[in-house]
Design a protein around this ligand. Sequence first.
Ligand code: JJW
Length: 450
Amino acid sequence: MTIFKFPKDFKWGTATASYQIEGATQTDGRGTSIWDTFAKTPGKVFNGDNGDIACDSYHRYEEDIALMKELGINTYRFSVAWPRIIPDGDGEINQAGLDFYHRFVDKLIENDIEPFCTLYHWDLPQALQDIGGWENRRTVDAFVKYSEVMFREFGGKIKFWLTFNEPWCIAFLSNLLGNHAPGNKDLQVALNVGHGILLAHGKSVLKFRELGIDGKIGIAPNVEWSVPYSKSVADQAACNRHIAWFADWFLDPVFKGSYPQFMLDWFEEAGAKPDVQPGDMETICQPIDHLGINYYTMNVGRYNPDGGILHMESLDMGLVRTDIGWPVESRGLYEVLHYLQKYGNIDTYITENGACINDGVVNGEVKDYRRISYLQQHMVQVHRAMNDGLNLKGYMAWSLMDNFEWAEGYRMRFGLVHVDYRSLVRTPKESFYWYQNVIRNNWLETKDVL
Ligand code: JJW
Protein backbone atom coordinates (compact mmCIF):
# COMPACT_ATOMS: atom_id res chain seq x y z
CA MET A 1 0.00 0.00 0.00
CA THR A 2 1.29 3.49 -0.85
CA ILE A 3 0.69 6.46 1.43
CA PHE A 4 0.68 9.95 -0.07
CA LYS A 5 1.08 12.44 2.77
CA PHE A 6 0.10 16.12 2.35
CA PRO A 7 1.63 19.15 4.13
CA LYS A 8 0.01 19.96 7.47
CA ASP A 9 -1.21 23.37 6.21
CA PHE A 10 -2.72 21.95 2.99
CA LYS A 11 -6.21 23.33 2.41
CA TRP A 12 -8.86 20.67 1.89
CA GLY A 13 -12.16 22.02 0.67
CA THR A 14 -15.18 21.88 -1.56
CA ALA A 15 -16.56 24.37 -4.06
CA THR A 16 -19.98 25.63 -5.11
CA ALA A 17 -21.42 28.69 -6.87
CA SER A 18 -24.28 31.05 -6.03
CA TYR A 19 -26.64 30.43 -8.93
CA GLN A 20 -26.09 26.68 -8.74
CA ILE A 21 -27.08 26.17 -5.09
CA GLU A 22 -28.79 29.22 -3.53
CA GLY A 23 -32.27 29.35 -5.06
CA ALA A 24 -34.29 32.25 -3.56
CA THR A 25 -33.89 34.10 -6.85
CA GLN A 26 -36.62 36.62 -5.98
CA THR A 27 -35.94 36.95 -2.27
CA ASP A 28 -34.68 39.89 -0.18
CA GLY A 29 -34.19 42.27 -3.07
CA ARG A 30 -32.09 40.08 -5.36
CA GLY A 31 -32.02 41.39 -8.92
CA THR A 32 -32.32 39.30 -12.08
CA SER A 33 -29.19 37.66 -13.49
CA ILE A 34 -28.44 36.55 -17.03
CA TRP A 35 -28.84 32.95 -15.85
CA ASP A 36 -32.37 33.64 -14.63
CA THR A 37 -33.14 34.95 -18.11
CA PHE A 38 -31.24 32.22 -19.99
CA ALA A 39 -32.68 29.34 -17.97
CA LYS A 40 -36.21 30.58 -18.63
CA THR A 41 -35.59 30.82 -22.37
CA PRO A 42 -37.12 27.69 -23.93
CA GLY A 43 -34.59 25.14 -25.17
CA LYS A 44 -31.54 26.53 -23.36
CA VAL A 45 -31.47 24.27 -20.30
CA PHE A 46 -32.32 20.58 -20.12
CA ASN A 47 -35.88 19.95 -19.03
CA GLY A 48 -36.41 23.72 -18.66
CA ASP A 49 -34.64 23.53 -15.29
CA ASN A 50 -33.68 26.79 -13.57
CA GLY A 51 -32.12 28.06 -10.35
CA ASP A 52 -35.27 29.37 -8.66
CA ILE A 53 -35.01 26.73 -5.92
CA ALA A 54 -31.81 24.75 -6.70
CA CYS A 55 -30.57 23.39 -3.33
CA ASP A 56 -32.30 26.25 -1.43
CA SER A 57 -28.96 26.96 0.21
CA TYR A 58 -30.02 30.56 0.71
CA HIS A 59 -32.28 29.24 3.48
CA ARG A 60 -30.45 25.97 4.29
CA TYR A 61 -26.87 27.25 4.54
CA GLU A 62 -26.61 26.27 8.23
CA GLU A 63 -27.44 22.66 7.28
CA ASP A 64 -24.86 22.85 4.48
CA ILE A 65 -22.21 24.20 6.85
CA ALA A 66 -23.01 21.39 9.29
CA LEU A 67 -22.30 18.94 6.44
CA MET A 68 -19.00 20.76 5.71
CA LYS A 69 -18.12 20.44 9.40
CA GLU A 70 -18.92 16.73 9.34
CA LEU A 71 -16.84 16.34 6.17
CA GLY A 72 -13.97 18.05 7.98
CA ILE A 73 -13.00 20.58 5.33
CA ASN A 74 -11.01 23.63 6.45
CA THR A 75 -11.81 25.71 3.34
CA TYR A 76 -15.02 26.39 1.44
CA ARG A 77 -15.06 28.02 -1.96
CA PHE A 78 -18.31 29.82 -2.72
CA SER A 79 -19.38 32.64 -5.01
CA VAL A 80 -21.34 35.79 -4.29
CA ALA A 81 -24.38 36.64 -6.41
CA TRP A 82 -23.68 40.16 -7.67
CA PRO A 83 -27.46 40.70 -8.17
CA ARG A 84 -27.96 40.24 -4.41
CA ILE A 85 -25.43 42.99 -3.62
CA ILE A 86 -26.27 45.52 -6.35
CA PRO A 87 -29.54 44.29 -7.92
CA ASP A 88 -29.28 46.30 -11.14
CA GLY A 89 -25.52 45.85 -11.26
CA ASP A 90 -24.50 49.46 -10.96
CA GLY A 91 -26.95 51.27 -8.68
CA GLU A 92 -28.10 51.03 -5.08
CA ILE A 93 -26.57 48.56 -2.67
CA ASN A 94 -28.99 45.95 -1.29
CA GLN A 95 -28.27 45.69 2.44
CA ALA A 96 -30.28 42.45 2.72
CA GLY A 97 -27.88 40.86 0.25
CA LEU A 98 -24.86 41.92 2.26
CA ASP A 99 -26.57 40.72 5.45
CA PHE A 100 -27.08 37.23 3.96
CA TYR A 101 -23.42 36.83 3.09
CA HIS A 102 -22.38 38.18 6.50
CA ARG A 103 -24.58 35.52 8.20
CA PHE A 104 -23.13 32.89 5.90
CA VAL A 105 -19.45 33.87 6.27
CA ASP A 106 -19.82 34.30 10.04
CA LYS A 107 -21.22 30.77 10.30
CA LEU A 108 -18.31 29.40 8.24
CA ILE A 109 -15.76 31.15 10.45
CA GLU A 110 -17.63 30.00 13.59
CA ASN A 111 -17.05 26.45 12.32
CA ASP A 112 -13.34 27.04 11.58
CA ILE A 113 -13.93 26.89 7.83
CA GLU A 114 -11.92 29.40 5.75
CA PRO A 115 -14.17 31.32 3.33
CA PHE A 116 -12.67 31.35 -0.18
CA CYS A 117 -14.73 33.83 -2.17
CA THR A 118 -15.30 34.03 -5.93
CA LEU A 119 -16.68 37.44 -6.89
CA TYR A 120 -18.01 36.39 -10.30
CA HIS A 121 -19.27 32.92 -11.10
CA TRP A 122 -21.38 33.80 -14.12
CA ASP A 123 -24.50 35.47 -12.64
CA LEU A 124 -24.15 38.90 -14.25
CA PRO A 125 -26.97 41.32 -13.39
CA GLN A 126 -29.33 41.29 -16.37
CA ALA A 127 -29.51 45.10 -16.41
CA LEU A 128 -25.81 45.18 -17.35
CA GLN A 129 -26.29 42.59 -20.08
CA ASP A 130 -29.01 44.88 -21.40
CA ILE A 131 -26.34 47.56 -22.05
CA GLY A 132 -23.95 45.11 -23.71
CA GLY A 133 -22.64 43.15 -20.75
CA TRP A 134 -18.88 42.63 -20.67
CA GLU A 135 -18.53 44.23 -24.11
CA ASN A 136 -19.45 47.56 -22.50
CA ARG A 137 -16.77 49.19 -20.35
CA ARG A 138 -19.53 50.48 -18.07
CA THR A 139 -19.94 46.87 -16.97
CA VAL A 140 -16.23 46.73 -16.20
CA ASP A 141 -16.54 49.82 -14.01
CA ALA A 142 -19.67 48.41 -12.36
CA PHE A 143 -17.71 45.25 -11.47
CA VAL A 144 -15.01 47.37 -9.83
CA LYS A 145 -17.71 49.17 -7.80
CA TYR A 146 -19.22 45.81 -6.78
CA SER A 147 -15.75 44.50 -5.89
CA GLU A 148 -15.07 47.57 -3.76
CA VAL A 149 -18.34 47.05 -1.86
CA MET A 150 -17.35 43.43 -1.18
CA PHE A 151 -13.76 44.29 -0.22
CA ARG A 152 -14.88 47.00 2.22
CA GLU A 153 -17.66 44.83 3.74
CA PHE A 154 -15.78 41.53 4.00
CA GLY A 155 -12.09 42.47 3.89
CA GLY A 156 -11.78 41.69 7.60
CA LYS A 157 -13.45 38.27 7.34
CA ILE A 158 -12.51 36.87 3.94
CA LYS A 159 -8.76 36.41 3.28
CA PHE A 160 -8.90 34.48 0.01
CA TRP A 161 -10.48 35.99 -3.09
CA LEU A 162 -10.90 35.16 -6.74
CA THR A 163 -12.14 37.67 -9.29
CA PHE A 164 -13.48 35.42 -12.09
CA ASN A 165 -14.35 31.78 -12.38
CA GLU A 166 -13.42 30.12 -15.66
CA PRO A 167 -12.86 33.04 -18.09
CA TRP A 168 -13.00 30.54 -21.00
CA CYS A 169 -16.58 29.63 -20.11
CA ILE A 170 -17.57 33.29 -19.68
CA ALA A 171 -16.06 34.34 -23.01
CA PHE A 172 -16.13 31.36 -25.36
CA LEU A 173 -18.64 28.81 -24.02
CA SER A 174 -21.16 31.60 -23.46
CA ASN A 175 -20.49 33.87 -26.45
CA LEU A 176 -18.96 31.75 -29.22
CA LEU A 177 -20.37 28.25 -28.67
CA GLY A 178 -23.59 29.64 -27.16
CA ASN A 179 -24.11 26.83 -24.62
CA HIS A 180 -24.21 29.16 -21.59
CA ALA A 181 -25.74 32.56 -20.81
CA PRO A 182 -26.23 34.89 -22.60
CA GLY A 183 -25.88 32.43 -25.53
CA ASN A 184 -24.16 34.48 -28.24
CA LYS A 185 -22.43 32.68 -31.12
CA ASP A 186 -19.96 35.24 -32.38
CA LEU A 187 -16.15 35.14 -32.12
CA GLN A 188 -15.77 38.93 -32.00
CA VAL A 189 -18.29 39.15 -29.17
CA ALA A 190 -16.42 36.38 -27.34
CA LEU A 191 -13.11 38.25 -27.68
CA ASN A 192 -14.76 41.49 -26.54
CA VAL A 193 -16.20 39.70 -23.49
CA GLY A 194 -12.85 38.06 -22.73
CA HIS A 195 -11.12 41.44 -22.90
CA GLY A 196 -13.80 43.00 -20.71
CA ILE A 197 -13.44 40.45 -17.93
CA LEU A 198 -9.65 40.72 -18.07
CA LEU A 199 -9.95 44.50 -17.68
CA ALA A 200 -12.39 44.02 -14.82
CA HIS A 201 -10.00 41.54 -13.21
CA GLY A 202 -7.06 43.95 -13.42
CA LYS A 203 -9.04 46.93 -12.14
CA SER A 204 -10.47 44.87 -9.28
CA VAL A 205 -6.98 43.74 -8.23
CA LEU A 206 -5.85 47.39 -8.36
CA LYS A 207 -8.78 48.35 -6.11
CA PHE A 208 -7.92 45.48 -3.73
CA ARG A 209 -4.35 46.82 -3.42
CA GLU A 210 -5.48 50.45 -3.16
CA LEU A 211 -7.77 49.58 -0.23
CA GLY A 212 -4.97 47.70 1.47
CA ILE A 213 -7.14 44.62 2.03
CA ASP A 214 -5.53 42.03 4.29
CA GLY A 215 -5.83 39.03 2.02
CA LYS A 216 -4.85 37.38 -1.25
CA ILE A 217 -6.48 37.66 -4.65
CA GLY A 218 -6.27 35.78 -7.93
CA ILE A 219 -8.25 34.29 -10.80
CA ALA A 220 -9.54 30.77 -11.55
CA PRO A 221 -9.24 29.60 -15.16
CA ASN A 222 -10.52 26.19 -16.21
CA VAL A 223 -7.84 24.36 -18.12
CA GLU A 224 -7.78 21.30 -20.35
CA TRP A 225 -4.78 19.24 -21.37
CA SER A 226 -4.52 18.08 -24.97
CA VAL A 227 -2.14 15.54 -26.50
CA PRO A 228 -1.65 15.22 -30.27
CA TYR A 229 -2.94 12.09 -32.02
CA SER A 230 0.20 12.03 -34.15
CA LYS A 231 3.56 13.76 -34.19
CA SER A 232 2.50 15.77 -37.20
CA VAL A 233 3.03 19.51 -36.95
CA ALA A 234 -0.64 20.05 -37.72
CA ASP A 235 -1.84 17.83 -34.87
CA GLN A 236 0.63 19.32 -32.39
CA ALA A 237 -0.30 22.87 -33.38
CA ALA A 238 -3.99 22.07 -33.01
CA CYS A 239 -3.43 20.79 -29.48
CA ASN A 240 -1.31 23.82 -28.59
CA ARG A 241 -4.20 26.02 -29.71
CA HIS A 242 -6.66 24.05 -27.56
CA ILE A 243 -4.51 24.36 -24.42
CA ALA A 244 -3.91 28.06 -25.05
CA TRP A 245 -7.61 28.69 -25.70
CA PHE A 246 -8.34 27.88 -22.03
CA ALA A 247 -5.09 28.97 -20.37
CA ASP A 248 -2.72 31.25 -22.28
CA TRP A 249 -5.42 33.45 -23.81
CA PHE A 250 -6.21 34.69 -20.29
CA LEU A 251 -3.01 34.03 -18.33
CA ASP A 252 -0.61 35.66 -20.80
CA PRO A 253 -2.43 39.01 -20.38
CA VAL A 254 -2.52 38.58 -16.59
CA PHE A 255 1.12 37.53 -16.18
CA LYS A 256 2.82 38.99 -19.29
CA GLY A 257 0.59 41.92 -20.29
CA SER A 258 0.01 40.61 -23.82
CA TYR A 259 -2.17 38.09 -25.63
CA PRO A 260 -0.36 35.05 -27.08
CA GLN A 261 0.63 36.16 -30.58
CA PHE A 262 -0.05 32.80 -32.24
CA MET A 263 -3.61 32.88 -30.94
CA LEU A 264 -4.08 36.54 -31.92
CA ASP A 265 -2.95 35.56 -35.44
CA TRP A 266 -5.29 32.55 -35.43
CA PHE A 267 -8.34 34.57 -34.39
CA GLU A 268 -7.43 37.41 -36.77
CA GLU A 269 -7.41 34.85 -39.57
CA ALA A 270 -10.98 34.08 -38.48
CA GLY A 271 -11.84 37.77 -38.67
CA ALA A 272 -11.74 38.89 -35.06
CA LYS A 273 -9.38 40.54 -32.58
CA PRO A 274 -9.69 42.06 -29.09
CA ASP A 275 -10.34 45.81 -28.97
CA VAL A 276 -7.21 46.73 -27.00
CA GLN A 277 -7.10 50.40 -25.99
CA PRO A 278 -3.92 52.21 -24.81
CA GLY A 279 -3.18 51.16 -21.22
CA ASP A 280 -5.49 48.13 -21.23
CA MET A 281 -2.77 45.49 -21.07
CA GLU A 282 -0.92 47.35 -18.29
CA THR A 283 -4.19 47.46 -16.34
CA ILE A 284 -4.78 43.72 -16.81
CA CYS A 285 -1.23 42.73 -15.89
CA GLN A 286 -1.43 43.28 -12.14
CA PRO A 287 0.56 40.99 -9.82
CA ILE A 288 -1.74 38.38 -8.26
CA ASP A 289 -1.23 36.27 -5.15
CA HIS A 290 -2.58 32.89 -6.25
CA LEU A 291 -4.08 30.93 -9.11
CA GLY A 292 -7.18 28.79 -8.88
CA ILE A 293 -7.07 25.93 -11.36
CA ASN A 294 -10.23 24.07 -12.41
CA TYR A 295 -9.48 20.75 -14.09
CA TYR A 296 -11.88 18.02 -15.23
CA THR A 297 -10.61 16.32 -18.34
CA MET A 298 -8.19 16.17 -21.24
CA ASN A 299 -8.38 15.16 -24.88
CA VAL A 300 -6.42 13.57 -27.70
CA GLY A 301 -6.52 16.07 -30.54
CA ARG A 302 -6.11 15.90 -34.29
CA TYR A 303 -6.02 18.69 -36.88
CA ASN A 304 -9.31 18.95 -38.72
CA PRO A 305 -10.20 22.08 -40.74
CA ASP A 306 -13.83 21.30 -39.94
CA GLY A 307 -13.07 20.98 -36.22
CA GLY A 308 -14.58 24.21 -34.92
CA ILE A 309 -12.87 27.54 -34.35
CA LEU A 310 -9.51 25.88 -33.60
CA HIS A 311 -9.60 23.35 -36.48
CA MET A 312 -9.15 20.55 -33.97
CA GLU A 313 -11.18 17.43 -33.26
CA SER A 314 -11.07 15.38 -30.06
CA LEU A 315 -10.72 11.64 -30.65
CA ASP A 316 -12.32 8.84 -28.68
CA MET A 317 -9.39 6.79 -27.41
CA GLY A 318 -11.56 4.46 -25.36
CA LEU A 319 -10.91 6.21 -22.04
CA VAL A 320 -13.39 5.77 -19.20
CA ARG A 321 -15.91 8.64 -19.26
CA THR A 322 -17.97 10.20 -16.49
CA ASP A 323 -21.74 10.38 -16.85
CA ILE A 324 -21.52 13.78 -18.55
CA GLY A 325 -19.27 12.18 -21.18
CA TRP A 326 -15.92 13.68 -20.22
CA PRO A 327 -12.90 11.32 -20.54
CA VAL A 328 -11.16 10.51 -17.23
CA GLU A 329 -7.39 11.00 -17.41
CA SER A 330 -5.85 12.38 -14.23
CA ARG A 331 -2.36 12.64 -15.75
CA GLY A 332 -3.67 15.61 -17.70
CA LEU A 333 -3.85 17.50 -14.41
CA TYR A 334 -0.19 16.77 -13.67
CA GLU A 335 0.84 17.83 -17.19
CA VAL A 336 -1.16 21.05 -17.23
CA LEU A 337 0.13 22.06 -13.79
CA HIS A 338 3.67 21.73 -15.10
CA TYR A 339 2.68 23.59 -18.28
CA LEU A 340 1.47 26.51 -16.15
CA GLN A 341 4.87 26.76 -14.46
CA LYS A 342 5.83 29.08 -17.32
CA TYR A 343 3.90 31.75 -15.40
CA GLY A 344 6.01 31.12 -12.31
CA ASN A 345 5.60 28.87 -9.29
CA ILE A 346 2.75 30.92 -7.83
CA ASP A 347 0.57 29.67 -4.97
CA THR A 348 -1.91 27.40 -6.72
CA TYR A 349 -5.18 25.87 -5.53
CA ILE A 350 -7.11 23.21 -7.35
CA THR A 351 -10.32 25.21 -7.02
CA GLU A 352 -12.41 22.66 -8.91
CA ASN A 353 -11.95 18.98 -9.67
CA GLY A 354 -14.69 16.40 -9.64
CA ALA A 355 -16.70 13.85 -11.53
CA CYS A 356 -20.24 13.79 -12.84
CA ILE A 357 -21.47 10.45 -11.48
CA ASN A 358 -25.27 10.24 -11.46
CA ASP A 359 -25.74 7.37 -8.99
CA GLY A 360 -28.92 7.72 -6.92
CA VAL A 361 -29.90 6.87 -3.36
CA VAL A 362 -30.51 3.14 -2.74
CA ASN A 363 -31.55 2.12 0.78
CA GLY A 364 -30.31 5.44 2.11
CA GLU A 365 -26.87 5.18 0.51
CA VAL A 366 -25.15 6.38 -2.67
CA LYS A 367 -22.38 3.98 -3.65
CA ASP A 368 -20.52 6.38 -5.96
CA TYR A 369 -17.31 4.36 -6.11
CA ARG A 370 -16.54 5.75 -9.58
CA ARG A 371 -16.31 9.23 -8.01
CA ILE A 372 -13.93 7.93 -5.33
CA SER A 373 -11.73 6.45 -8.05
CA TYR A 374 -11.74 9.75 -9.98
CA LEU A 375 -10.92 11.85 -6.93
CA GLN A 376 -8.19 9.50 -5.71
CA GLN A 377 -6.47 9.43 -9.09
CA HIS A 378 -6.49 13.20 -9.36
CA MET A 379 -5.29 13.75 -5.80
CA VAL A 380 -2.36 11.42 -6.53
CA GLN A 381 -1.44 13.67 -9.47
CA VAL A 382 -1.63 16.74 -7.21
CA HIS A 383 0.72 14.95 -4.83
CA ARG A 384 3.09 14.08 -7.71
CA ALA A 385 3.20 17.73 -8.77
CA MET A 386 3.86 18.87 -5.19
CA ASN A 387 6.70 16.35 -4.96
CA ASP A 388 8.17 18.05 -8.06
CA GLY A 389 8.22 21.32 -6.12
CA LEU A 390 5.08 22.93 -7.53
CA ASN A 391 3.41 25.32 -5.12
CA LEU A 392 0.10 23.53 -4.64
CA LYS A 393 -1.63 24.88 -1.54
CA GLY A 394 -5.03 23.23 -1.59
CA TYR A 395 -7.68 21.09 -3.25
CA MET A 396 -11.39 21.88 -3.47
CA ALA A 397 -13.62 19.12 -4.76
CA TRP A 398 -16.40 20.13 -7.15
CA SER A 399 -18.86 19.93 -5.59
CA LEU A 400 -20.04 19.84 -1.98
CA MET A 401 -23.46 18.76 -3.21
CA ASP A 402 -25.38 18.03 -6.39
CA ASN A 403 -26.57 21.29 -7.91
CA PHE A 404 -27.76 23.11 -11.03
CA GLU A 405 -25.22 22.10 -13.68
CA TRP A 406 -25.96 24.96 -16.07
CA ALA A 407 -27.28 23.85 -19.47
CA GLU A 408 -27.51 20.28 -18.16
CA GLY A 409 -29.94 21.37 -15.47
CA TYR A 410 -30.26 18.94 -12.54
CA ARG A 411 -29.66 15.72 -14.45
CA MET A 412 -25.88 15.88 -14.00
CA ARG A 413 -24.66 15.32 -10.45
CA PHE A 414 -21.16 16.36 -9.26
CA GLY A 415 -21.81 16.33 -5.51
CA LEU A 416 -20.21 14.53 -2.60
CA VAL A 417 -23.69 14.92 -1.12
CA HIS A 418 -26.80 13.79 -3.00
CA VAL A 419 -29.68 16.27 -3.19
CA ASP A 420 -33.27 15.11 -3.70
CA TYR A 421 -34.61 18.12 -5.61
CA ARG A 422 -38.20 17.45 -4.56
CA SER A 423 -37.61 17.15 -0.81
CA LEU A 424 -34.20 18.92 -0.77
CA VAL A 425 -32.99 16.15 1.55
CA ARG A 426 -29.20 15.93 1.54
CA THR A 427 -27.60 12.44 1.65
CA PRO A 428 -23.80 12.14 2.00
CA LYS A 429 -22.45 9.72 -0.61
CA GLU A 430 -19.72 7.08 -0.14
CA SER A 431 -17.31 9.62 -1.67
CA PHE A 432 -18.19 12.06 1.15
CA TYR A 433 -17.01 9.52 3.75
CA TRP A 434 -13.96 8.60 1.69
CA TYR A 435 -12.96 12.28 1.38
CA GLN A 436 -13.67 12.74 5.11
CA ASN A 437 -11.07 10.05 5.82
CA VAL A 438 -8.50 11.60 3.47
CA ILE A 439 -8.94 14.96 5.22
CA ARG A 440 -8.81 13.40 8.70
CA ASN A 441 -5.56 11.55 7.86
CA ASN A 442 -4.21 14.29 5.58
CA TRP A 443 -2.99 11.47 3.38
CA LEU A 444 -4.16 9.21 0.59
CA GLU A 445 -4.00 5.44 0.69
CA THR A 446 -3.98 3.79 -2.72
CA LYS A 447 -5.57 0.65 -1.24
CA ASP A 448 -8.81 2.64 -1.23
CA VAL A 449 -8.96 2.70 -5.01
CA LEU A 450 -11.50 0.23 -6.26
C1 JJW B 1 -17.17 22.80 -21.65
C2 JJW B 1 -19.96 22.15 -23.92
C3 JJW B 1 -18.49 22.14 -27.23
C4 JJW B 1 -18.50 23.77 -13.93
C5 JJW B 1 -18.48 22.65 -22.09
C6 JJW B 1 -19.54 22.58 -21.21
C7 JJW B 1 -19.97 22.27 -25.42
C8 JJW B 1 -17.07 21.78 -27.60
C9 JJW B 1 -18.25 22.40 -14.48
N1 JJW B 1 -17.25 24.49 -13.69
O1 JJW B 1 -20.57 23.57 -12.73
C10 JJW B 1 -16.91 22.88 -20.32
N2 JJW B 1 -17.80 22.67 -15.87
O2 JJW B 1 -19.89 25.97 -12.13
C11 JJW B 1 -17.69 25.62 -12.89
N3 JJW B 1 -16.54 22.94 -16.17
O3 JJW B 1 -18.66 22.57 -23.44
C12 JJW B 1 -18.81 25.08 -12.03
N4 JJW B 1 -16.44 23.03 -17.49
O4 JJW B 1 -18.83 21.63 -25.95
C13 JJW B 1 -19.17 23.72 -12.60
C14 JJW B 1 -19.28 22.67 -19.85
C15 JJW B 1 -17.96 22.81 -19.41
C16 JJW B 1 -17.67 22.84 -17.99
C17 JJW B 1 -18.56 22.63 -16.96
